[in-house]
Design a protein around this ligand. Sequence first.
Ligand code: NAP
Length: 250
Amino acid sequence: MSAGPVLLVTGGSRGIGAAVCVAAAKAGWRVAVNYATNRDAADAVVGAIEAAGGSAIAVQGDVGSEADIQAMFAAVDAAFGRLDGLVNNAGIVGPTARIDEMSVERLERMFRINVTGSIRCAAEAVRRMSTRYGGKGGAIVNISSAAAVLGSPAQYVDYAASKGAIDTFTIGLAREVATEGIRVNAIRPGVIDTEIHASGGLPDRARDLAPTIPVQRPGTAEEVADAVLYLLSDKATYVTGAILNVSGGR
Ligand code: NAP
């Protein structure tokens, strides 16, 4: 394998995460493509990267499970022996519901995956990248959502609140590790055309919402990936604690 920097993308098998993996490999990163259940999709991303001359591995792991997070980072250590970047991208929505219809189990799953999972993955990345522990520094990009500021009423306020937590976490962690060689930023995608909407029971959501978006169309996963790659890159050496809207003006 080449000696390029190493990036772990949680939820790298589909949607925004897959686009980030492909774009990162093009930019010279070696990529660990995490997935939860869809091995074929992760293998397809790895195959596309390798076909283009890049290096990648697929790594299973549910970020809602501490044991899986430990195993995922151990697999990255074993394959590459270093870590230079983390994209906390894995995230879920629930079916559209009012708050009085949401079960405790739903809320606990939402926050375990979207919030605790991201914080725990960031902690493992900090252990490997921080100059405090002999690391060479690195970059973390958290995938938030425009929902963090819109609130998603009558759709999924739990999801919106989980992304609000990601915004706050991004600011705090950026300041906590600013002298340790690690930059931490977030992206707030707007309505992006991926399978997440179908997983929330609204397969046509991206198309249906187009008239409500100032630019009158959903975004693509590749447009989000371009912003992620900027924040990971040496073009952003003075950017930390930033939250960038990639939302077509929404
Ligand atoms: P997606 O198309 O549904 O893909 C989700 C990805 O995350 C898949 O690779 C999936 O793996 C993985 N994943 C799901 N649960 C996981 C878990 N517990 N552990 C590890 N991986 C897990 O989603 P997307 O639209 O690309 O969304 C990616 C991120 O962007 C999410 O954080 C989402 O909240 C955020 N976002 C999306 C939009 C949008 O409009 N699409 C807007 C704002 C923010 P498997 O293939 O194994 O299932």
